[in-house]
Design a protein around this ligand. Structure first.
Ligand code: FNR
Length: 361
């Protein structure tokens, strides 16, 4: 089967994964309005293409946190890659190393961070972190990934509690017995009570607040990137607290159903941050033109969640590489057709585009 676009991988994954696994990956919270709006909002934006601008050469390289990547798309942290492909995160790590882009490893990976680094020693990686009631758990993992050469910490702040995902409840979703969250081997007590998504329930600390950013900064010298900001007020607080980046994210619509689509939230955050730190986006990126729209509205780089997992389900490392390659090809073509090839990707701005998302009726 020739894979032409990212939704081809989605169809393949839906057909080949077990129902419970498919439902878990696809899930949004409650009625899935936010999950679906993440995609629809991109489709409501139109580009203003410029012509006769010599698009014979297109360079998609950019930098994130000072490191060059091949194009402005990285892999968002998603849990449990071994559900999609037997090698799990090791395959994802190899694919991103081959393509030379950024892979944000989820805390809830089914390979350990040591296995991931060993599989792709030259890869550029950030580590996604949660704050646990037992702070020692977070502390230990921060020191562990720093020693392993991870280049930044991505603190996910939109999960004080897990969103209500109806199909996971119906399916009584849990990891099959042969898989586990390997980063936590020996960390939580055996028989620590009921599990939620592979770890003991109620381990995340819902009391975390801005002062904990200072606590995290005291533990590490790595840049800290906050994932899950959707308002200008929180973007300003993030800058004031000295973090190095923001990922505009609603967790793929899996947390608060009613959150705005991320592309709709991006502009107010970019306007507030005024270039003081880098702003990234995830949620609903499915085509090269989505990437260009996010960049035009001020994102430095975007990240894909579900499409990477679909790639894994298709063909492991090769599947993830294909997903990234297709997005890269589409993005490059889109840049050319929009007349946007003369400048480095990093300085694509809204100028030649609709400044604000324009509803299309
Ligand atoms: C996620 N996401 C997520 N985020 C995070 O910070 N830590 C995690 O462990 C996970 N796990 C996870 C699992 C699955 C199956 C999905 C779909 C998502 C959220 C993820 O990083 C990202 O915000 C969204 O997936 C982006 O939306 P798209 O690209 O899936 O539309």
């Amino acid at each position: 089967m020739a894979m032409v676009c990212l939704t081809d991988f989605e169809e393949y994954a839906k057909e080949h994964l077990s129902k419970a696994t498919w439902d878990y990956y696809a899930a949004g919270a409650d009625e899935c309005c936010t999950r679906d709006d993440n995609l629809l909002a991109f489709k409501r934006i139109r580009l203003r293409p410029r012509i006769l601008r010599d698009v014979s050469v297109c360079d998609t390289r950019t930098t994130v946190q000072g490191t060059e990547i091949s194009f402005p798309v990285g892999i968002a942290p998603t849990a449990f890659h071994c559900l999609a492909w037997h090698e799990g995160e090791v395959a994802t790590a190899r694919a991103t190393e081959a393509v030379n882009t950024c892979y944000i490893t989820s805390t809830y990976s089914t390979c350990s961070v040591e296995e991931i680094v060993a599989a792709a020693p030259g890869g550029y990686r950030w580590f996604q972190l949660y704050v646990y009631r037992n702070r020692k758990v977070s502390e230990q993992i921060v020191h562990r990934v720093e020693a392993l050469g991870y280049q930044a910490l991505v603190l996910t702040v939109d999960v004080p509690y897990t969103g209500k995902r109806r199909n996971d409840i119906r399916n009584q979703f849990k990891l099959p017995p042969h898989l586990r969250v390997k980063n936590f081997d020996g960390v939580f007590e055996e028989n620590a009570g009921p599990e939620e998504y592979g770890v003991p329930a109620n381990t995340l600390d819902p009391s975390i607040s801005w002062k904990d950013i200072y606590w995290l900064q005291s533990l590490t010298r790595l840049p800290i990137i906050i994932k899950g900001i959707l308002t200008k007020e929180d973007a300003e607080l993030a800058v004031e607290h000295g973090v190095q980046g923001i990922i505009v994210s609603n967790h793929g619509g899996r947390q608060l159903d009613g959150d705005p689509a991320t592309i709709d939230a991006l502009s107010e955050i970019v306007d507030t941050v005024q270039g003081r730190i880098e702003v990234y986006l995830d949620g609903g990126i499915r085509t090269g033109s989505d990437v260009l729209k996010a960049l035009a509205l001020g994102a430095k780089c975007v990240f894909i969640g579900r499409p990477a997992v679909w790639g894994l389900a298709y063909k492991g490392e090769e599947g993830v590489r294909e997903v990234l390659q297709i997005l890269n090809d589409e993005f490059r073509l889109c840049m050319a057709l929009a007349g946007e090839c003369r400048r480095p990707v990093g300085v694509i701005t809204a100028a030649p585009f609709q400044r604000h998302p324009v509803p299309w009726f």
